[in-house]
Design a protein around this ligand. Structure first.
Ligand code: ADP
Ligand code: ZN
Length: 192
């Protein structure tokens, strides 16, 4: 059987959003979709936000240790500057850590015929919407909401429980200080 040739023409662009709590399988689902695009011989490019100002090679990694090479960018302007003109599929992980410019960037990428797949936390540790995800959800064609398992009761979990008293919205290196909880078991804290 003939091998698939890389597509020379970009398709009709779309935006897909994968959102949910921590440990709900967002990265896993993003990696699954991007791997399938690579099997289809589409040109795939993957970005994640960085904690410093440098562009760097990196990986997106799921909690069950699946990984794909990605580029780390400090902001959306750097992301745009590094988009490969030939890229047909653009994956973005940890989208909640990008600035609000991400929405327009994704709209432009989709308008130019690219399939844009965005994964990110929809709520912060207080259970409040985490910008720019609410706006991303509004402009997306396709939305997948992923649920984790509540570590307290075993029901589907929609919340990320912070286990420290820090009130910073972003706690770096934080996987150990969160757990997945359902609405019933979630305790937002006294500043919510
Ligand atoms: P996310 O990107 O949403 O944080 P990942 O895709 O990185 O999630 O990780 C999902 C994986 O995390 C699951 O396949 C499972 O192996 C593991 N995991 C650990 N704790 C939980 C939990 N409480 N609920 C569901 N999955 C969990
Ligand atoms: Zn629970």
């Amino acid at each position: 059987m003939a091998r698939l040739e890389p597509r020379k023409q970009l398709g009709r662009g779309t935006i897909e959003v994968i959102c949910g709590s921590m440990f709900s399988g967002k990265s896993e689902e993003l990696i699954r979709r991007l791997r399938r695009a690579e099997i289809a011989k589409q040109r795939v490019q993957i970005f994640k936000p960085g904690v410093d100002d440098r562009f760097a090679e990196d990986h997106i990694v799921s909690h069950n240790q699946q990984r794909l090479p990605s580029s780390r960018v400090p902001d959306t302007a750097t992301l745009v500057a590094h988009v490969d003109p030939e890229a047909e599929v653009i994956g973005i992980d940890e989208a909640q850590f990008f600035d609000d410019g991400l929405v327009e960037v994704c709209q432009n990428l989709a308008a130019a015929g690219r399939r844009v797949i965005v994964a990110g936390l929809d709520k912060d540790y207080r259970g409040q919407p985490f910008e720019p995800m609410p706006a991303m959800l509004a402009v997306a064609e396709y939305i997948t909401k992923t649920l984790a398992i509540c570590v307290q009761c075993g029901e589907p979990a929609n919340f990320s429980q912070r286990l420290t008293s820090s009130r910073e919205r972003v706690v770096v290196g934080a996987d150990e200080v969160y757990e997945a909880r359902c609405r019933h078991c979630f305790e937002p804290g006294d500043d919510a």
